[in-house]
Write a protein that binds this ligand. Structure first.
Ligand code: 3HC
Ligand code: NAI
Length: 704
């Protein structure tokens, strides 16, 4: 008997129970156990078999930790062939999330049932893969070509009811009692003389599709998939389901799966999967660190960020008080929140009732006394240290003992903010990204004195509101914005050297960034950086004009970015589409001439390296200073906070892929060629590059 697959006979029904915590992933032991049990059950007194799982979920997929290692027999397709060919009827009984290879296992059974709360899906695309154990062939046969393409290319799970609607489930059980419900269902099937239904026997009518369907689909997809190869291969596999007999379709699917499995894109996306889970763990925090109960939250400042943050809590069902400086400011802030929800209702993303429910959870206030009993406060007032300190003094005076006081500051020093309170152990940074109700990242900033309990609670609250959390120590700009400085600086300097805004952004976007750096500046508003520079200059700093002169000139011309209809680009008032502007190109030439910078043709390779090497270099400094816990955490910050392509695995993973010596030598070369002082390799980068090591190896050695 296998340690992860149990078998028992209850009257005429054989019950196969998979028990492989935490998520019943299809490890080698599980595959072998399942094969053995199903083979043995062919000879016993059972008349039907029920396949179900112990623990929190049905099989959640292949064991991702086995990917990239030598294959171990039996393969999943071999096991599923045995299930499908079983002479005894097999019912898959699902709860939790039946995903990837897990759902494919269910699809190879003869009948599928699930409790109402179950979800099923094929999320392989999120790992840069496609379903490699019959999913593309069987879902297409059951749900049809169009539904199959959508399900497999989006990779999002379906509820039991939706899956039943699409013919992917035969029965939604009456309640959450999986075992009893499934046994009763199997008995009914036996008693009614139900046939062995094999999905492979369903035929697809290719004539039902309009001519050129797949070619057209691919064209539309190219736009959506942005350089990712898995979606294209999924179309090929689904097309094979239509044009080839099942056994050949399965072979085609497997070949495509193996191609993707060995692709750099999938390697990168698998790295992101594990890095995301790892980032949630704080290395020096004991596992039994107590958590504080967070039932009611307050947000101070209802502007761009505060309103979005309040929505995050309301969306998670947590009551929130939004405090503004005056009733007019409060009304403006609440108005924007209402408008955002109304847009979601209009777009069909939320019902009117849901909107009302969420709005009821948000209470406005202009009186600090209303915050006396809240468990967590997030400050999101103007980015001004004196105003922030004033807010924290007031919070310290009114909030109950044990309340957590967080700042959403982008740059201010959390330790200095904590120092104005009598409870620095309860103070930390919770840095959301704009728009706060949409962006997945939450940088949790650990102050010098922040307590373990407060940190652990902030990470847990982040997860409760659906964020992906990464921990940063205190420094100017924390992980994400600090790294961005060199990237943005080079974007600007490339213009003076002769690249156009469209060339700089085009290279970043071809690499996979959602938007290039200059288009992002236009979106955020060029005045933000302008004001920050003014403040630094007022404090006595002397700034290098080559890093900002064009940006400053644009602001002074009233070209503040998208909101003004013009910035680095001109924007179509209707469509917001960006257009290159000869006036900006002339302005750049003028500034280059004034600074004595000769303009030249700049290659794509140079643009790419000059944008991303500074990002990687600063990441290395952040690691050696202990600001980030691990290289993977930096990757998570970039993928979820700055739309760095997951298919490239984040800046630090990408650096390992291209080789640290390439990056290091590139930085030295730019230092010599460009004569700029910015090209100083981080000591850690230099050390790893010289010893032929990588960030991943450095991190693994620290863990041992
Ligand atoms: N393989 C190996 N480990 C896995 C895993 C998998 N498929 N799925 C989850 N885990 C691990 C996680 O790494 C985590 O480990 P840790 O505790 O050491 O950090 C642990 O299981 C718990 O996972 P989560 O923290 O994610 O738990 P949640 O309850 O939040 O989520 C889940 C559960 C929805 C199942 C989520 O883990 C998930 O989405 N898993 C991946 C599902 C997936 O992508 N399946 C397809 C795999 S590819 C495939 O099947 C190929 C096939 O077509 C041949
Ligand atoms: P904003 O200017 O849109 O909103 C600030 C709000 O705070 C205003 O509505 C103002 O009335 C209110 N306010 C000012 N003083 C107050 C006080 N004493 N009490 C109560 N309310 C007060 O600013 P935004 O963009 O929302 O930024 C807020 C904070 O979030 C800043 O620290 C900023 O650095 C940070 N941040 C901003 C991001 C962005 O993209 N805008 C991204 C991440 C963080």
């Amino acid at each position: 008997m296998s340690s992860v697959v149990r078998y028992e006979l209850i009257d005429n029904i054989g019950i196969i129970t998979i028990d492989n915590p935490p998520v019943n992933a299809l490890s080698q032991a599980l595959r072998q156990g399942l094969l053995d049990v199903v083979t043995a059950a062919q000879k016993d007194a059972s008349e039907a078999l029920v396949l179900l799982c112990a623990g929190r979920t049905f099989i959640a997929g292949a064991d991702i930790t086995e990917f990239g290692k030598p294959p171990q027999s039996p393969s999943l397709p071999e096991v599923l062939a045995v299930l499908e060919n079983s002479r005894k009827l097999i019912v898959a009984a699902m709860h939790g999330t039946a995903l990837g290879g897990g759902f494919e296992t269910a699809l190879a059974c003869h009948y599928r049932c699930a409790v109402p709360s179950a979800h099923v899906g094929l999320p392989e695309v999120k790992l840069g893969l496609l379903p490699g154990a019959g999913g593309t062939q069987r879902v297409t046969r059951l749900a049809g070509v169009k539904a199959a393409l959508e399900i497999i290319i989006n990779g999002n799970p379906l509820s039991a009811a939706e899956a039943a609607e699409l013919n992917l489930l035969d029965e939604v059980l009456p309640d959450e009692n999986l075992r009893e419900g499934a046994i009763a269902y199997a008995r009914d099937l036996v008693d009614s003389g139900a046939l062995l239904k094999r999905v492979r026997d369903i035929s697809i009518d290719p004539g039902a599709l309009e001519p050129g369907f797949f070619a057209n689909y691919r064209l539309r997809l190219a736009e959506r998939a942005r350089g990712q190869i898995a979606p294209d291969r999924i179309v090929t596999a689904v097309e094979a389901a239509v044009t080839l007999p099942m056994e050949h379709g399965l072979i085609r699917e497997r070949d495509l799966f193996l191609e993707l499995l060995h692709s750099p894109q999938s390697r990168a996306m698998r790295h992101i999967f594990f890095a995301e889970r790892e980032a949630a763990k704080i290395r020096d925090l004991p596992a039994d660190t107590p958590l504080r109960d967070i039932r009611h939250v307050a947000v101070v400042g209802g502007g761009t960020m505060g309103g979005g943050i309040a929505m995050c809590f309301a969306n998670a069902g947590i009551p929130v008080t939004l405090l503004e400086i005056s009733s007019e400011a409060l009304e403006r802030g609440l108005g924007i929140v209402r408008k955002n929800y109304a847009t979601s209702v209009q777009k069909g993303r939320m019902s009117e009732a849901e909107m009302q429910q969420r709005l009821q959870l948000i209470t406005g206030s202009a009186d600090y006394a209303d915050l006396a009993q809240v468990d967590l406060v997030i400050e999101a007032v103007f980015e001004n240290p004196d105003i922030k300190k004033d807010v924290f003094r007031r919070l310290d005076a009114v909030c109950k003992s044990g309340a957590i006081l967080a700042s959403n500051t982008s740059y201010q020093n959390i330790d200095e903010i904590a120092a104005v309170t009598s409870r620095p152990q309860d103070v930390l940074g919770m840095h959301f990204f704009s728009p706060a109700n949409v962006m997945k990242l939450l940088e949790v900033v650990r102050g010098e004195k922040t307590s373990h309990e407060v940190l652990a609670t902030a990470m847990q609250v982040g997860r409760r509101i659906g964020k992906i959390c990464a921990l940063s120590r205190v420094c100017y700009g924390f992980i994400g914005n600090r790294m961005l400085t060199g990237y943005a600086r080079q974007a600007h300097m490339l213009l003076l050297d002769g690249a156009t805004p469209a060339q700089v952004d085009g290279v970043a976007e071809d690499f996979g960034m959602a938007m290039g750096p200059l288009a992002v500046s236009d979106l955020a508003g060029l005045d933000i950086g302008y004001k920050a520079r003014q403040a630094r200059e007022a404090a006595g700093e002397v700034l290098d004009p080559a890093t900002h002169c064009v940006a400053s000139a644009l602001v002074e011309m009233g070209r503040l970015g998208q909101k003004a209809g013009a910035g680095y680009y001109r924007y179509d008032p209707q469509t917001r589409a960006r257009q290159s502007d000869p006036q900006v190109e002339a302005l750049i030439r003028e500034h280059a001439a004034r600074l004595g910078i000769p303009q030249r043709e700049i290659s794509r390779e140079e643009i790419l390296a000059r944008l991303f090497y500074p990002l990687i270099n600063e990441g290395a400094r952040i690691l050696e200073e202990g600001i980030a816990q691990r290289p993977g955490d930096i990757d998570i910050v970039y993928v979820y906070g700055y739309a760095f392509p997951a298919a490239k695995g984040g800046p630090m993973f990408h650096a390992d892929e291209i080789g640290l010596s390439t990056v290091y030598e590139g930085i030295l070369r730019f230092g010599l060629e460009l004569g700029e002082t910015y090209w100083q390799p981080a000591p850690l980068l230099a050390q790893l590059a010289r010893s032929g090591s990588s960030f991943a190896q450095w991190d693994a050695a620290r863990r041992d």
